[in-house]
Write a protein that binds this ligand. Structure first.
Ligand SMILES: Nc1ncnc2c1ncn2[C@@H]1O[C@H](COP(=O)(O)OP(=O)(O)OP(=O)(O)O)[C@@H](O)[C@H]1O
Length: 298
C-alpha cells in the first residue's frame, strides 16, 4: 500500500502541492488526472524522492519514505517511469537493463513479483530485438518500453508512471495501458498520471483529480464512468493556461497541522465522488496559497 498523507511540496520555498492525501492499495491502479501545471509530476516526484516534501507522509507498506533520497526510495520498492522517459542516450538497451537490475531492495521482505531481465523482455518483446541499440537510437515507444522495463527491474511494489502514453501512437499507448493493467494484476500498486480522462477510465480502479495543487476529486472509476461530469468540469475550466503557480510554503510549517482553508481535509481518498471539501471548486478561479509565510525552503 502506498500512502500519501498531508503532503505539501513545491520548489524554492513556494508551495505547489497542498495537503495531498492518497492511498493506493496493492493490485490497484490509481489514476491522477489534471490540467497542465496542476502538480501531477510534482506529486510523483515527491513520492519518488526526487523532490523533498515540506511536510507530510509518504509510506509504502508502513515504511516512511518522505524526505529520503530517490535511491533509498527506489530500494524501498518504488519504481518510477518518468515523464519523457529519460533514457541514457549512449547506453544500450542491454546496459540500461543490467544497470537497473543492480538496484536491490533493502531492508524489506520481497513481496509481489520479482522481475528478471528475461521476464521483462518476454513482457516487452520489442526490447529483445533492440538490445544492442543505444537510447538515442530508439523510437519514442521503444524508449517508453525501456523506461518501464528499467523500473520493473528495480523490483517495485509501487510503480509510478508519469504520462506513459505521452507522444506514443494510439495503438502503442493502448498497449502501455494494457501493460499497466497486467502489472496491477501482478500485485503492484500503480499510480498513473494521465492527461486523458478516457484513458484513465480504461485502466484505473480509482481516479483522482489534481487542480491547482489540490486534490479536488477522488472516486472509483465506476462512479466516474457513470457520471464523468464533475471530473470533466475540473479538467475543462477555461483559462487552463494558468498553472498551479507557486505559492509560499504553508505557514506553520513546523506545526503539526495546517491552518486556514487547507486544514479541511477529507479522508485519504477524498470521499466518494465528492469535490474534496476545503479545496476550491472548479468554478472558482483560485489563488494559490493561503499565506505569505516566509518559511524556509527545504
Ligand atoms: N523544477 C521546477 N522548479 C520550479 N517550478 C516547477 C518545477 N517543476 C514544476 N514546476 C511548477 O510546478 C507547477 C506544477 O508543475 P507539474 O509539472 O507538477 O504539473 P503537471 O500537472 O505535471 O503538468 P503537465 O500536465 O503539464 O505535465 C507548475 O506551476 C510548474 O511550473
Amino acid at each position: 500500500m502506498l500512502r500519501v498523507q498531508g503532503l505539501f511540496a513545491g520548489y524554492d520555498g513556494g508551495t505547489v502541492l497542498h495537503d495531498i492525501d492518497l492511498e493506493v492499495p496493492a493490485g490497484t491502479v490509481q489514476a491522477l488526472v489534471g490540467r497542465n501545471g496542476a502538480g501531477k509530476s510534482t506529486l510523483v516526484h515527491a513520492v519518488a524522492g526526487l523532490l523533498r516534501p515540506y511536510r507530510g507522509i509518504v509510506s509504502v507498506d508502513g515504511a516512511q519514505l518522505a524526505g529520503k533520497p530517490a535511491h533509498r526510495v527506489a530500494r524501498a520498492g518504488v519504481g518510477l517511469v518518468p515523464q519523457g522517459r529519460r533514457v541514457f542516450p549512449r547506453l544500450t538497451v542491454s546496459e540500461h537493463l543490467t544497470l537497473a537490475a543492480t538496484v536491490r531492495r533493502r531492508g524489506t521482505a520481497q513481496t509481489g513479483p520479482r522481475w528478471t531481465i528475461p521476464e521483462v523482455l518476454e513482457l516487452l518483446p520489442r526490447l529483445a530485438e533492440r538490445l544492442g541499440h543505444r537510447g538515442n537510437q530508439l523510437s519514442g515507444g521503444e524508449q517508453q518500453m525501456l523506461a518501464i522495463a528499467r523500473a520493473l527491474l528495480t523490483q517495485p511494489r509501487v510503480l509510478l508512471l508519469d504520462e506513459p502514453g505521452e507522444g506514443l501512437a494510439p495503438d502503442l499507448a493502448a498497449r502501455v495501458r494494457e501493460l499497466v493493467t497486467r502489472l496491477a494484476g501482478a500485485g503492484l500498486c500503480v499510480l498513473l498520471v494521465e492527461q486523458q480522462l478516457q484513458h484513465a477510465i480504461e485502466v484505473a480502479d480509482r481516479i483522482a483529480v489534481l487542480d491547482y495543487g489540490r486534490l479536488v476529486f477522488a472516486d472509483s472509476t465506476a462512479a466516474v464512468r457513470a457520471d464523468p461530469a464533475p471530473v470533466e468540469a475540473v479538467l475543462s475550466v477555461a483559462g487552463a493556461a494558468t498553472p498551479a503557480g507557486i505559492g509560499p510554503v504553508p505557514s506553520g510549517q513546523e506545526s503539526t497541522a495546517p491552518t486556514g482553508p487547507d486544514s479541511t481535509r477529507s479522508g485519504p481518498t477524498g470521499g466518494p465522488g465528492t469535490l474534496v471539501p476545503g479545496s476550491n471548486s472548479s468554478a472558482d478561479p483560485r489563488s494559490a496559497p493561503t499565506t505569505s509565510s516566509s518559511a524556509p525552503a527545504p
